[in-house]
Design a protein around this ligand. Structure first.
Ligand code: PMP
Length: 361
């Protein structure tokens, strides 16, 4: 730390991203919930030489080509959508702009680990709301919240989802608090809250093109809500980074949003792979939380989460392990191709059969 750093940030604990190895040639990478399939074919076509030459020019600050494609997909008006450099940036704008009464932000105790970091950097008080015994988010715990509510749906790293009716229940009990639903993984089987935007002016829905549209490397996320909320977020964006999306990301994002067929095909494939994979893991005695995401959270009585994680690494398979009393026995496994999941289940079978009784936890 240099002597120039503002004191406010001296105790800041940055977010730790999942490992991004330099070469993935020999690796089965199931640690950061990327999509195993390529982006929509139109994405590759639209990044032409001519477009690359145009990189000498700034991108369009409104990214309207992209926001119009998103608005078209969801039947919203363009002014109800704002795009960002990944949904991480959109979330940063939200935490900067809205911190509820007394600067409080409530979120589930086990959830996306970036929320406490945003609280820290933007000076909000993060309030961790406990989960049920079974890792469920309980709507009644958020009634009359004194602050902004941020809920990942489906939740991460559990994959468990609230229904639209349960989200509406939270909205109805918080007419004067902003409710942010982070739907990074919603396209893998959960219900989106987008349809509630017209009824609830306290709702912001955040989504990303990183997961269900195979564009993690392009960094495209967005928020949808009332035109007033979106105008507030634009106020922040234009005070921070007006050209937040580069020209190529805007083009790629718009193409990906327009190709419904590719989107449907790839997300269905991932959901089918997930169901088959869960069955295999359960056959081997794993407990797998009910997932509506492109990952599962799994544990076994026979091997600790940490040990399983390290053993898989020896097979060149990377998954994610989160230390902690409630999460430490689990690993989070991204759903890849059927071949990748087969390699993982085979490795798991070998790991389990190689266990001496003494290494059981
Ligand atoms: N929200 C959640 C719950 C996530 O897991 C992620 C991915 N790490 C994000 C938001 C951010 O995704 P991106 O910035 O790639 O849009």
């Amino acid at each position: 730390m240099s002597r120039f750093l503002n004191d406010r940030f001296s105790s800041l604990k940055p977010y730790t991203p999942g490992e991004q190895p330099k070469s993935t040639q020999k690796l089965i990478k199931l640690n950061t919930n990327e999509n195993p399939y390529e982006p929509a074919p139109g994405v590759m076509k639209v990044i032409s030489d001519a477009e690359l030459r145009k990189l000498k020019l700034y991108s369009e600050p409104d990214a309207s080509l992209l926001t119009e494609a998103i608005a078209g997909f969801y039947g919203l008006k363009n002014e109800q959508v704002i795009a960002g450099n990944g949904s991480d940036e959109i979330l940063a704008f939200i935490f900067m702009a809205f911190q509820g009464r007394g600067g409080r932000v409530l979120y589930p105790e086990i959830s996306y680990s970036f929320y406490p970091v945003y609280c820290d950097i933007f000076g909000a008080e993060g309030v961790k709301v406990p989960l049920g015994e079974d890792f469920s988010v309980r709507p009644e715990d958020y009634y009359d919240a004194d602050g902004t509510i941020v809920i990942t749906n489906p939740n991460a790293p559990t994959g468990m989802a609230l229904s639209r009716r349960q989200i509406e229940d939270i909205l109805r009990h918080n007419r004067d608090s902003l409710v942010v639903i982070d739907e990074a993984y919603v396209d893998f089987g959960a219900e989106s809250a987008v349809g509630l935007i017209e009824t609830y002016d306290n709702l912001l829905v955040v989504q990303t093109l990183s997961k269900s549209r195979s564009l993690a490397g392009a960094r495209v996320g967005f928020a949808m809500g009332s035109s007033e909320l979106i105008a507030d977020l634009n106020r922040i964006k234009f005070s921070f980074n007006p050209y937040n999306l580069d020209r190529l990301a805007i083009l790629a994002g718009a193409e990906a949003m327009k190709d419904r067929e590719h989107f449907e095909k790839t997300r269905r494939r991932i959901m089918e792979t997930r169901e088959a994979f869960v069955t295999e893991m359960e056959k081997m005695g794993f407990k797998v939380l009910p997932s509506k995401a492109n990952f599962v959270f799994a544990s076994s009585d026979r091997i600790s989460g940490e040990e399983y994680f390290s053993q898989l690494r020896k097979y060149n398979i990377i998954v994610r392990h989160f230390k902690g009393e409630k999460t430490g026995n689990y690993v989070r496994i991204t759903i890849g191709t059927p071949e990748e999941m087969k390699a993982l289940t085979e490795a798991t079978g070998e790991i389990l059969s190689g266990l001496a009784d003494g290494s059981r936890r």
